[in-house]
Design a protein around this ligand. Structure first.
Ligand code: FAD
Ligand code: FES
Length: 264
């Protein structure tokens, strides 16, 4: 984990209300793994510094990119960032998605990514680095919440879109095209799920994985304080060999084996 003062390189619209923020970072960009996150130090009103967690969407060559949506004090303050501005960056933080070893004798199972809204962010870094191409199912309230699909397609991933208002892709939740695809799979087909988005979406993926005897890894989104395991602002109930224990999403996650989550 490093604490850096980073410089804004680019800040652009990504579609809908979302922005892509690219930061110069040598050490964090080199070290980050798919699913890990960074904590940005943001100047807020009254000269306070807010720390906020963001998944790393892309990284390499001394730069990392964050895909964000302005929703509150910190993220609205981010809108004012311009190329050349500096800000504090802490990371990489947490545990990301498991990646197959590069020297594995067998090819990995078919990866199936499921995202809601900015949940595509950590899955894009995963898609770039995963040794096998697979499928992306992405959902949102409207077409303005569907992001980066052409970037996934350009990497060779098969993309399925659903929106709740029917303005893009299939009409309904992301589980609509996912269930259609699952129903068409052979009974003994094996694949691995990787999901990031609202809790309801993660739970739906976990249920489908459990029903089909598949593995699923889900990235939880929690309000965070310290981001490094000290304040207990982000706790989550987990199953631990039949016992229920508290885990810290920032330190033990944000990515967990879906079978370990106590869905409440
Ligand atoms: C591991 C992790 C990765 C994340 N990655 C991204 C990302 O890639 N892109 C992105 O846009 N956001 C991401 N987030 C969420 C982001 O951290 C929050 O949007 C941000 O903290 C909001 O800060 P704020 O000061 O703007 O909002 P606040 O003023 O703190 O809150 C504004 C509103 O947003 C709600 N809110 C705040 N944080 C969250 C949250 N974590 N989950 C649900 N509701 C929340 C509050 O209830 C409130 O209604 C991630 C969160 C986590 C834990
Ligand atoms: S945010 Fe402080 S323990 Fe997780």
């Amino acid at each position: 984990m490093q604490l850096e003062t980073s410089t804004v390189m680019e800040h652009e619209l990504a579609g809908g209300d979302y922005r892509l923020l690219t930061l110069a970072s040598q050490r964090i960009a080199d070290a980050v793994l798919p699913g890990q996150f960074v904590s940005l130090g943001l100047a807020a009103p009254a000269d306070a510094i807010l720390r906020r967690p963001f998944s790393v969407c892309d990284a390499g060559a001394g730069r990392l990119t964050i895909l964000y949506k302005p929703v509150g004090r910190g993220t609205r303050a981010m809108l004012a960032l311009r190329a050349g501005d500096s800000l504090s960056l802490l990371g990489p933080l947490g545990h990301g998605f498991p990646m197959p070893p590069s020297d594995a004798a067998q090819p990995p199972l078919l990866p199936v990514l499921v995202a809601g809204g900015y949940g595509v962010a950590p899955l894009y870094l995963l898609a770039r680095r995963y040794p096998r191409r697979g499928l992306l199912f992405v959902g949102g309230a409207t077409g303005r919440d569907i992001l980066m699909t052409s970037a996934f397609a350009a990497l060779g991933w098969e993309v399925h879109v659903a929106t709740e208002d029917g303005s893009l892709g299939e009409h309904g939740r992301v589980t609509t095209p996912l269930d259609t695809w699952l129903a068409a799979c052979e009974v003994d087909a094996k694949h691995d799920f990787f999901a990031c988005g609202p809790t309801g979406l993660l739970h739906a993926v976990a249920q489908r994985a459990a029903a089909g005897g598949q593995r699923a890894w889900v990235s939880l989104d929690r309000h965070m304080g310290c981001g490094v395991g000290a304040c207990l602002a982000c706790v989550q109930r987990l199953n631990n060999d039949g016992e229920k224990v508290w885990g810290r999403v920032c330190k033990d996650g944000p990515v967990f084996d879906a079978a370990r989550i106590v869905w409440e």
